[in-house]
Design a protein around this ligand. Sequence first.
Ligand code: TMP
Ligand code: ASP
Length: 248
Amino acid sequence: MDVKIDGPLYSGKAKDVLLTDDPEIVAVRFRDDITAGDGEKKDTLEMKGYYNSVISAKIFEVLEEAGVPTQYLELREPGCILARKLEMIPIEVITRNIAAGSIVRRFPFTEGQEFVPPLIQMDYKSDEHGDPMLNDDIILALGIATRDELEEIRRITLQINSVLRDFLKSRGLILPDFKLEFGRDSSGRIRLGDEVSPDTCRLWDMETGEPLDKDIFRRGEEGVVGAYRRVARMILDDEDIERWNVEL
Ligand code: TMP
Ligand code: ASP
């Protein structure tokens, strides 16, 4: 894709979104910054953005192949993805297959218990308000999304969960939970946006049960980037490493 990257459009906690000379296309730069607890805990970990970008690109390609509408167009180079410009919906859509993290702290669930069917939780994406949990009435009253859009988001989320669980299982990874963000493209169609990476998913090694995701950082432990690199090695095919010229 032959587009020229221009100036910044938006800067988040771990990524920058840049405009291009095509008004429908943005470039997403994955930075090495990592945060937890709504930005309270911060660090910069060399190569974190590099690994997250190739992991996210691979996952978006797997999802597109399964018919999931996403924002992804191509990995321009490790660290930078070209994507369709979306009008983002400020909802963090969290899917839970296994109880871990905040759901265990906030409700009487047991760590490790399976959710069948999976739980879908929606949080308001607003650091200012502390990302409170939403329900349909609050979403409609805030005017964040319509009833039809919510239904479409739920349908796509369950499809993503099923595709992603199977794919990651085939690579030796368990997917306890993950967070997605959606937006509207220029024709109003709902598409998956943002990233899908160890920053936004819990990923456990199937053999050892050890976490290979941001929980390592949340717990203040070492080895975050090593774990992300391992995830990249587990999910990228030799063919991906070659076409993207990835160093793993
Ligand atoms: P939680 O246990 O903290 O609620 O997290 C559930 C999942 O959502 C976990 O995979 C991490 C992800 N997540 C994000 O990607 N961003 C966030 O801001 C939060 C709170 C969770
Ligand atoms: N993503 C949130 C933050 O950056 C919280 C988290 O993932 O733990 O603060």
